[in-house]
Design a protein around this ligand. Structure first.
Ligand code: HAM
Length: 449
């Protein structure tokens, strides 16, 4: 073997090499974000409430892949929507398949519904999903290029009871998160009544074309409904005088909408009728709704609606459906804005401190025994010195610290220190688990931050 090459005295240590060679450290992709450990209590709070409600209202979990064929989204969401036209992360893979990262859940769920023959399952099929989505939007507050949604769908039910139940689920979620919100509702009609409305809208806007923003000029021919929810001030003013969709609804759509409002009144769920709510995805029919928080709809916390024709248009059986999705980043930001107290992550009950190598061995073993008994234990086996370890125990706010040193090892004992009053007791190491269980049973659990 050649002799190992020793680094010359001039070779800088590895940590300094980056500076010498000017190595650029890797950076996040624009619009993406890490969810760091301190964020997780908020995220877990939201995710656990979502899972709880899904169970209460009998929604079963479905997860579809992050990648789907690009034409699924083009067909489902609509070729001239912002999402499909500008925002999809699309590429051709090694097998020459045209794929896209999912920009939303509903299209993939509709695909899965058809592919797995869910029309033969007991109807309606109630599904929920929770995961990441990707849209190449302009990054700004509450708008990310990778974001998380919780998504609820009821497939195979045309009655307005399903719309009502979904709005109830959304309202119940925000209530359980202690967030005040308003529910905005509208009906966007169906392929029978919408063309006349689109025409009326185009007639109204045509004479005002020159003052419209560039996006709205395009929308005028491609997607006239979106003229109504343009965020530009001048265009918003124009929308106030525009014809309203409710005046154009066909009898069936009107009846469906009235029924929904009656149900919502019956359960005393407060809502606001919003004639400008049209949504940016083409599959919607009849009911559309959004849940607004403190910023009054600049970035909706959750949104959805009915999509009665999507599954048939994708080649499945005629399956009326309705659903909504909420953005977790936005909900977490809202919890912080409103300073909502969230449940603390489960704090350890016990800290295991040890002094010296032999004691450490004993402590590693005891950690496992305590854990098997369901006792939440923390440790810092790599730290030396009792002072250091007690500081960590204090920071973790544990109820008791167990100390094993040389003396305790030879005596077969363990010191139990009550962290509230500093009182220490020497306990037989064979009985320490029993002792701890007894003492913990007499303490109240912590709840809110
Ligand atoms: P959406 O309105 O596009 O609807 O998105 C639903 C929610 O996802 C929004 O209200 C927002 O909270 C969140 N969201 C959307 N884009 C972003 C982003 N770039 N950054 C952070 N959060 C975002 C849909 O996705 C439909 N699939 C909902 C649905 C389900 N309709 C029927 N079923």
């Amino acid at each position: 073997m050649p002799p190992e090459k020793k680094p010359s005295p001039e070779t800088p240590p590895v940590s300094d090499q980056a500076k010498v060679k000017k190595i650029t450290p890797p950076q996040l992709v624009r619009g993406m974000h890490d969810i760091l450990p301190p964020e997780w209590p908020w995220w877990s709070f939201v995710m656990e409430e979502v899972a709880d409600l899904a169970q209460t209202y009998s929604f079963q979990r479905l997860e579809t892949p992050s990648l789907e064929k690009t034409n699924l989204f083009t067909r489902a969401i609509g070729a001239s929507t912002d999402v499909v036209e500008k925002e999809m992360y699309s590429f051709v893979d090694q097998s020459a398949d045209h794929l896209s990262l999912r920009p939303e859940y509903t299209a993939g769920i509709a695909r899965a519904f058809i592919e797995h023959g869910m029309h033969t399952w007991p109807q309606p099929v109630k599904l929920f999903s929770l995961g990441s989505l990707w849209r190449h939007e302009r990054p700004q507050a509450g708008r990310y290029r990778q974001f998380w949604q919780f998504d609820f769908e009821i497939l195979g039910e045309s009655s307005a009871t399903a719309d009502c139940q979904l709005i109830l689920v959304a309202a119940a979620l925000f209530e359980s998160l202690h967030l005040p919100v308003t529910v905005q509702i509208n009906s966007v009609g169906c392929p029978v009544c919408r063309p006349a409305y689109k025409q009326a809208l185009q007639d109204y806007y045509r004479t005002k074309r020159s003052v419209l923003c560039e996006d709205c000029k395009r929308r005028l021919t491609k997607n006239p409904l979106r003229l109504l929810d343009c965020k530009e001030e001048a265009d918003r003013e124009l929308a106030l005088q525009a014809p309203q969709l409710v005046d154009f609804l066909c009898e069936q759509c009107k009846e469906h909408f009235v029924r929904l409002l009656e149900y919502l009144d019956e359960v005393e769920l407060a809502y606001q009728l919003n004639p400008y709510l049209v949504r940016g995805l083409d599959y919607y029919t009849r009911t559309v709704f959004e849940v607004w928080g403190a910023d009054e709809g600049k970035s909706a916390l959750a949104a959805g609606g009915r999509y009665d024709n999507l599954i048939a248009e994708l080649g499945g059986q005629n399956t009326p459906a309705v659903g909504f999705a909420g953005g977790i980043e936005r909900v977490v930001a809202e919890l912080k804005t409103r300073q909502v107290g969230i449940p603390l992550p489960p704090a350890p009950d016990i800290f295991l401190a040890c002094l010296g190598e032999m004691a450490r061995k004993k402590a590693i073993r005891l950690f496992e025994d305590l854990r098997r008994q369901g006792i939440k234990v923390a440790e810092s086996f790599t730290k030396d010195g009792l002072k250091n370890q007690l500081e960590i125990a204090n920071r973790l706010k544990v109820k008791f610290t167990l100390v094993i040193g040389q003396k305790e090892l030879s005596d077969g004992t363990i010191i139990v220190r009550d962290m509230e009053n500093g009182i220490q007791e020497i306990v037989d190491s064979n009985k320490v688990i029993e002792e701890i269980q007894k003492r913990l049973a007499s303490r109240e659990p912590d709840t809110l931050a």
